[in-house]
Ligand binder design. Sequence first.
Ligand SMILES: NC(=O)c1ccc[n+]([C@@H]2O[C@H](COP(=O)([O-])OP(=O)(O)OC[C@H]3O[C@@H](n4cnc5c(N)ncnc54)[C@H](OP(=O)(O)O)[C@@H]3O)[C@@H](O)[C@H]2O)c1
Length: 343
Amino acid sequence: MKRLNVAIVGATGLVGQKFIQVLEQRQFPIETIRLCASDRSAGRKLLFNHSEIVVEETAPESFKNIDIALFSAGSEVSHYFSPVAAQAGAVVIDNSAAFRMDPDVPLVVPEINPDDIKSHKGIIANPNCSTIQMVVALYPLHVVNPIRCISVATYQATSGIGSGGIEELELQSRLAIEGKSVTPSIFPHQIAFNLIPQIDVFLENGYTKEEWKMVEETRKIMHAPDMAISATCVRVPVFIGHSEAVQVEFESPMSPEEAREILLHAPGVKVIDNPQEGLYPQPLHAADTDDVFVGRIRRGGSSPGTNSTKNGLLLWIVADNLRKGAALNAVQIAETMIQRGWI
Ligand SMILES: NC(=O)c1ccc[n+]([C@@H]2O[C@H](COP(=O)([O-])OP(=O)(O)OC[C@H]3O[C@@H](n4cnc5c(N)ncnc54)[C@H](OP(=O)(O)O)[C@@H]3O)[C@@H](O)[C@H]2O)c1
């Protein structure tokens, strides 16, 4: 198998570190690897497959002879450097929101729309973390019985905002326990021992940007431009792992048993659904794993006893936001390209 020259932009960040781990664990066919970040990290040494690699400041020359450039350094860096990398001949797989809704850029979850990769013009976008885990769980059901409507409430970990989010939860938890005053810096309010129903800024339609990403990205990935979707995204004091309470309405009736059976065979999904034994997905258990976990599958609607809403289901979906929600999905895109001879 041909070995590839890979660059990671944002290699010192939470997602960048996961990139390194995922590439190592999956024995991705690497010829050379280049680790890039900001000037603050230039000269730092990181390990890749037990070898020390010196971190470089990201520059146009970083992409010379690179086959695949994995970006996780925020939208501004992606906006500037992704076209530069693509121009230099690399295929960019971008974790930021910079190009996700660009009609010329495929937005890909390999379990769902791998063929979209073919239309890329040098840049492929990785969806938002909360979107990825939801569509991995819902798409196999949608294929059998089209989804008309999705309503989701998320419970998102602090690592979703980067390493600063983890540090802020740690610090605030310690201060709050010691009875000291807490001054929020990364999050808009105290996150320790609290919930914040705001992720990113508010839009004119009353949604936050994060909520609207879930709406637009889900429609683009599932090729369902008219699907009715509403989302409420909430930051919770959890370090790793996003959880989602999802209500779905199908075109025709779908029983919990049928949904469970479909999801048992769905790629990337693990069903944990035995509430009587206290078994259901939890972020603590999903952290550092690859699967999207689904449980609490039951009828939706207000009168489940009377089965008044046979077309509706409720599901509880949990996944590691740094792995399937970011680094793993991007590496799977690259693996799909290799397997199908597209690179
Ligand atoms: N965290 C998640 O769950 C998640 C999920 C999906 C997508 N994403 C996306 O992934 C990206 C990174 O997230 P993260 O959680 O890894 O954040 P992070 O922990 O804050 O890391 C940010 C990375 O970006 C680098 N960087 C910052 N400014 C730069 C510049 N001017 N030039 C080059 N590199 C620069 C940083 O390098 P220094 O160390 O040198 O500052 C660091 O490596 C974001 O676009 C985010 O939206 C994150």
